[in-house]
Design a binder for this molecule. Structure first.
Ligand SMILES: [Zn+2]
Ligand SMILES: [Zn+2]
Length: 334
């Protein structure tokens, strides 16, 4: 039996008796990060990194949570488990599993560029590496985030000078927090949608020092949005909730904005290809750096990426999971 098996409930370690990011309720779930396709409701015990705890509590409510620090060794039935930064969102981890000298690493979702709040990703040497492939096509090549931030800041300045509200569409967990610093450098008036506000407060209460935001309320006077910045999840787009910001411009922040057609399809005025995932080269460099003898490719462009790795002499295969793509859709009530 391999140390990690791909079962209908999720990634399973039989020796340790635990699952990693299971999509069905289990007794013991190790969680890479708080996105809803990885941290699901209904398990009896959760083990995650310290920084994921407030996020899991906010999303899943009270539960049995155990937490660990970076690279701290935890033994579960003799299996050694440790968490390494994945650089994807606050608290996101790669999970390293070792037993009898064999090492597996489950990456969850990861981003190789350091965004200042999600930790510095590092490749973890292993025999078997399980990687995502959300942006596993050669067309996905990110600009350095500094350049994207200055594009966003210039766009905000321009809207402000025209008396318009800048509405940034960003995923409520991850992208929204990441945008606060660059946005606060050009605007002292940041409003957020309720979904983003709730997560923001959970993090602030857990000790995170994030730039200040205000929640958009039904009775917030409309004229204070003039020239201000609003951060909202994609479900807010085109909804009546947006009317109060008129006149406004919409800027969508997502890796998918690298493809021009998607900017039009989203009815955005501007698209910023800011992603919380590795791009094509980032995925390749990571797989090579782990020196894994086998790479298992999950959610994304599995077949393209897996085939490429095989052509490069890295043994690889596709694995079907129920992990999704949080940059493409988010269901949040407005
Ligand atoms: Zn994620
Ligand atoms: Zn994911």
């Amino acid at each position: 039996m391999p140390l990690i098996e791909f079962t209908d409930k999720g990634l399973y370690c039989r020796e340790g008796g635990f699952y990693i990011d299971p999509w069905k309720p289990v007794d013991k779930a190790l969680i890479t990060h708080g996105h809803s396709d990885h941290a699901r409701w209904g398990s009896k015990h959760y083990l995650c990194h310290h920084d994921s705890r407030p996020i899991l509590q906010q999303r899943l409510g009270p539960n049995h949570y155990q937490t660990a620090g970076w690279k701290e060794n935890i033994y579960i039935n003799g299996v050694r488990v440790s968490f390494y930064p994945a650089g994807h969102i606050i608290g996101s981890a790669q999970i390293r599993v070792e037993y009898n000298g064999e090492v597996w690493v489950v990456s969850g979702d990861y981003k190789t560029e350091n965004d200042g709040i999600s930790g510095q990703f590092e490749p973890v040497p292993c025999h078997h590496f399980i990687t995502e492939s959300t942006f596993g096509l050669p067309i996905y090549k990110w600009k350095p985030q500094k350049e994207i931030y200055s594009d966003i800041q210039n766009w905000i300045r321009k809207n402000k000078s025209e008396g318009k509200t800048s509405v940034l569409i960003a995923y409520s967990l991850g992208k929204a927090q990441r945008l606060l610093q660059p946005v606060s450098e050009v605007s002292n008036s940041i409003f957020v949608h309720g979904a983003i506000y709730n997560m923001h407060m959970a993090l602030v209460n857990a000790g995170w020092k994030l730039p200040q935001v205000e929640r958009v309320m039904p009775d917030t006077p409309k004229d204070i949005f003039k020239g201000a910045v609003v951060i909202a999840p994609s479900s807010a787009e085109g909804s009546p909730w947006m009317k109060r910001f008129m006149p406004y411009e919409i800027g969508v922040c997502s890796g998918w904005m690298q493809v021009r057609g998607n900017v039009r399809r989203k009815n955005a005025d501007a698209g910023f290809a800011l992603s919380d995932h590795a791009d094509w080269q980032g995925l390749i460099d990571t797989c090579k750096a782990t020196e894994a003898e086998c790479v298992y490719v999950t959610h994304g462009f599995q077949s393209v990426f897996s085939r490429y790795l095989n052509e490069q002499g890295i043994q690889s295969r596709e694995v079907k999971t129920e992990f999704g793509d949080e940059e493409n859709a988010e269901e949040v009530k407005t």
